[in-house]
Design a protein around this ligand. Structure first.
Ligand SMILES: *Cc1c(COP(=O)(O)O)cnc(C)c1O
Length: 393
């Protein structure tokens, strides 16, 4: 039988059984509008408020600080565009971020630049980490917002969030973090880390797609991105996605309770791959060896195209990614890999494997069995590889 290995959990995850079962009633009998006054409505309303408590608890926030949205991209857009608008009233128009943010952040910042905001993107060093010193140096009188991702979606590196939060607090700057990859995989404590706003998305931790949340610290002025009804304390209009919200909370609660055991298992899988697949000549691991998501391995193999590699892995039943899902389809190499200093031709030969609880060490063994011959076959056909070998001689 053909093997099937899903190793693209940074792109999306399978819905957990727990989340699925929690959602079912709200997809069928409990269809009331949470704003309605009869009991069918109030049952939806109380399910949403329970979910809000659960999400708050997982982040060490209060329920009143959690706003449900339609996913990570909306949360990022809202936090950044909303706060940018608010900070103008305080005479601030400068935003600091990093070069390897998700496009939901980078493209939002591009849009704000066109409106006259000033944006500084910090360098990401070869280990895939920003340096707190450089953040300090980039701060000006006019800086009102810092937005730096918690963990990168391609190379999995975990940023020095606590240090960043401390610097922002000392300088009276609001700190937003896109924690879409981190939530459910690493312990998060918004209070300890001085995080003012945090984006998360259900489908990255075995919840449903199209639902997310934004944590907004009490006291932060954040005008709505979506105007309309009075849902979400008047800050995010639209009839609530009750089933989605309930499913996301169930998935988050499950993920948070099992962070340690899952991390241990994922690390074993990743270590096996790092030890074995990096025996391939002219290969490298991208991103810091230690400060990374437990389930992420990102490697480059010189002389090949990531896209061809993905197709050949697919033929062997392995789902993986090269760059992010959002950039596949375009021929540009990943902005993340370029940001850590890889040359274009090396960045093209990248492979991201991202594992979850559903993967096993056997998956890693199978991957390490099929990958070297595939890389060899692609290199045998590659004029680029010829050139690399000729330069060696
Ligand atoms: C997936 C992802 C997003 C986008 O979230 P959606 O819910 O798919 O809109 C944003 N940021 C990061 C880091 C992500 O991995």
């Amino acid at each position: 039988m053909q093997k099937f290995i899903y190793a693209d959990n940074s792109a999306t995850t399978a819905l957990s059984e727990t989340a699925f079962n929690a959602m079912l009633p709200y997809l069928k009998s409990e269809y009331g509008n949470a704003s309605s006054l009869y009991s069918l409505g109030s049952s939806a309303k109380s399910a949403i408020e329970e979910a809000r408590k659960t999400v708050a608890k997982c982040l060490n926030a209060t329920p009143r600080e959690i706003y449900f949205t339609a996913g990570g991209s909306e949360s990022d857009n809202w936090a950044i565009k909303g706060y940018a608008k608010a900070m103008l009233k305080k005479g601030k128009n400068h935003i600091i971020s990093s070069k390897f943010e998700h496009h939901a952040v980078l493209h939002t910042l591009n849009a704000l630049e066109k409106e006259g905001f000033e944006v500084t993107l910090l360098d990401v060093h070869s280990n895939g980490l920003v340096r707190p010193e450089e953040l300090k140096n980039a701060i000006k009188e006019t800086t009102g917002l810092v937005t730096i991702m918690y963990a990168n979606n391609e190379i999995g590196t975990i940023q020095p969030i606590k240090e960043i939060g401390k610097i922002c607090k000392e300088n009276n700057i609001v700190f937003h973090t896109d924690a879409v990859q981190a939530v459910g995989n690493v312990e998060i404590n918004v209070a300890d880390s001085n995080i003012d706003m945090l984006s998360l998305s259900g489908h990255k931790f075995h919840g449903p797609k199209g639902v997310g949340a934004l944590y907004v610290r009490k006291g932060i002025v954040l005008p709505p991105l979506i105007d309309g009804g009075a849902q979400e304390f008047g800050r995010r209009a639209g009839t609530e996605n009750t089933a989605g919200i309930v499913g996301m909370a169930a998935a988050l609660s499950e993920a948070t309770a099992t962070i340690e055991t899952r991390a241990k298992k994922s690390k074993e899988i990743c270590n096996y791959i790092i030890e074995n697949c990096l025996k391939i000549e002219r290969s490298r691991l991208n991103g810091d060896r230690e400060n990374r998501l437990p389930g992420n391995v990102n490697m480059c193999f010189e002389g090949i195209e990531g896209e061809s590699l993905l197709l050949m892995l697919d033929a062997k039943g392995i789902c993986a990614s090269s760059g992010s899902a959002c950039t596949s389809g375009s021929l540009d190499p990943s902005h993340v890999l370029l940001s850590i200093g890889l040359p274009h031709e090396v960045a093209h030969g990248s492979l991201r494997l991202s594992f979850s609880d559903e993967n096993t060490l056997d998956d890693a063994k199978y991957i390490c069995e099929v990958l070297p011959p595939i890389v060899k076959r692609l290199r045998d056909m590659s004029p680029l590889w010829d050139r690399i070998k000729n330069q060696e001689n």
